[in-house]
Design a protein around this ligand. Structure first.
Ligand code: SF4
Ligand code: SF4
Length: 127
């Protein structure tokens, strides 16, 4: 009988992060993602597509953004003060898969800066 592999805990904590990944400009959505988001708000896929998404040359269909208090802008579903996703159960697949491993590059950067600045709330802004 093969030994069960231990489940390794992630080395990042989204509750301590201001949500950098949700500030990414190109959060790509599929038809299925749009349908799921539409269901969340009682909208048809067509209406959800129009309301929540736009098409960017070279990327395809992505989630719309809105102005943010920390980053230039974030996904329209990101709560600007509570700093979390407001559609977590219905979020697109790409958001479910990120960061695809035990480490999040931004969280590593954030933790390093906070340690060196001796400020656990410090928010470095990527250039
Ligand atoms: S950038 Fe990393 S740590 Fe921050 S919310 Fe996204 S996945 Fe979590
Ligand atoms: S849908 Fe949620 S998890 Fe995905 S980018 Fe928007 S706020 Fe972030």
């Amino acid at each position: 009988m093969p030994k069960e592999l231990p489940v390794l805990k992630p080395r990042y904590d989204c509750s301590k992060c201001p949500g950098y990944c949700c500030s990414y400009d190109y959060i790509i959505v599929t038809k299925r993602d749009v349908k799921r988001l539409g269901k969340r708000f009682g909208l048809t896929p067509e209406d959800a597509e129009k309301k929540f998404t736009k098409v960017i040359d070279g990327y395809g269909r992505v989630l719309k953004h809105r102005k943010d208090t920390i980053y230039k802008s974030t996904c329209r579903f990101f709560h600007p003060t509570k700093r979390h996703c407001t559609v977590y159960e219905h979020r697109p697949n790409v958001c479910r898969e990120y960061p695809d491993g035990r480490h999040c590059g931004y969280y590593d950067f954030l933790s390093w800066e906070r340690k060196h600045q001796q400020d656990e709330d410090f928010i470095p802004l990527p250039r």
